[in-house]
Design a protein around this ligand. Structure first.
Ligand SMILES: [Zn+2]
Length: 360
């Protein structure tokens, strides 16, 4: 059941500007080549009169189209290649190891290919990725009471100025101030609606948002300021649970989450977010109704703004909030994704009859 489907001109314009809010929502097929793509494909944009749009890869294939080899519309967006999985496992097993291009060659991996894969997925080269892990290990050592010097040596930095610089650049503070800050781990989650970035610590989820790979550096700098925390790539027990629960969510097997969002908002925001988490999947609630329920009927705008400040997309389901007239209103991940989530929940919660339907 799809209630939201923009007309072809709107879709064509969205594909032209590589609007990633349509990633996982719409596919473009080219009659002249018989190939279909996802939004953001690096291939040249086909002419308007040659294209047709589909809602799922399955529908495109049923109509006789083949998947593009460049944007791979059948795989989850930006899914990790075997090469990435192998190197990520190597780094996880030995996070303080110092890597060189020669080490990659010794494993039979072309350093240029590794760089390209990592750049595309993480916004940094493999060598930068492994260096980030070394510096993050130093953070953990210092947090646990090691001296700056022993941490530096343990993670393979011979020069203390190079260590200080790498550390400050990554965490926005020098090593001696590491003890007073929090280290969050960033991990990528592949979903049918695009890749999401999750920031977690060993007990809580701090952030879950759709990631924009072209602007990932900016996005990370913004998080660092907003959360006043340092972070480095890596998994935690929470990120592993979240990955599993997102799989269950997107396959429709379970629409609720057990991971705990960190309490980082104002008391009012926390109150709004807690209420959002009690909206049953497959249903929606208006800003006005939510304001009324938490006892501040006049606070509709404050409720809307707390809703917009939600950092844990899907887990704290701000997509279940709609305008009083039932309109979709805004969503940080883009309206196509919001409607997709509402439809998906309606389909899998057995509440299809109660689902929100877009007017018109
Ligand atoms: Zn393509």
């Amino acid at each position: 059941m799809h209630t939201f489907w923009p007309d072809d001109d709107v879709l064509y314009a969205a594909f032209c500007r590589k609007d990633m809010a349509f990633d996982g929502v719409a596919y473009i097929a080219v009659r002249t080549t018989g190939i279909f793509c996802r939004p953001g494909c690096p291939a040249r944009m086909p002419l308007r009169q040659h294209v047709v749009f589909f809602r799922t890869p399955h529908e495109a294939m049923a109509a006789g189209y083949r998947a593009c080899k460049r944007c791979r519309p059948i795989e989850p967006p930006q899914s990790a290649s075997a090469l990435i999985r192998r190197l990520v496992a190597e780094v996880d097993a030995a996070p303080t190891r110092r890597w060189t291009a020669a080490d990659l060659e010794a494993l039979g991996i072309d350093p240029v290919t590794a760089r390209r894969h990592f750049q595309r997925r993480f916004g940094m080269s493999f060598l930068a990725y492994s260096r980030a892990h070394r510096v993050a290990s130093a953070f953990t050592l210092i947090e646990r009471g090691a001296s700056t010097l022993s941490a530096q040596l343990d993670v393979g930095f011979e020069s203390s100025s190079a260590f200080r610089e790498a550390f400050s650049k990554r965490f926005g503070r020098p090593p001696m101030r590491a003890k007073s800050s929090v280290l969050l781990r960033s991990a990528w989650m592949d979903t049918p609606l695009g890749t999401m970035i999750a920031l977690t610590d060993s007990s809580c989820l701090h952030l879950l948002e759709f990631s924009n790979r072209a602007r990932i550096d900016l996005q990370l700098a913004r998080y660092r300021n907003r959360l006043n925390a340092a972070f480095a790539p890596g998994e935690t027990a929470v990120s592993r649970t979240l990955r599993h629960e997102l799989d269950l969510f997107f396959s429709g097997r379970r629409l609720t989450f057990s991971v705990e969002p960190a309490e980082t908002g104002t008391p009012f925001q926390e109150q709004v977010w807690a209420r959002l988490r009690r909206i049953p999947p497959g249903t929606t609630l208006s800003y006005a109704k939510l304001a009324e329920e938490i006892g501040s009927p006049s606070a509709v705008r404050a409720v809307a703004s707390a809703n917009a400040m939600n950092r844990c997309a899907i887990v704290t389901p701000c997509h279940r909030i709609v305008g009083t007239d039932g309109s979709l209103t805004g969503y940080a991940g883009g309206l196509p994704r919001k409607q997709w989530l509402i439809d998906h929940e309606a389909r899998h919660s057995g509440r299809a009859g109660l689902a929100h339907r877009r007017a018109s």
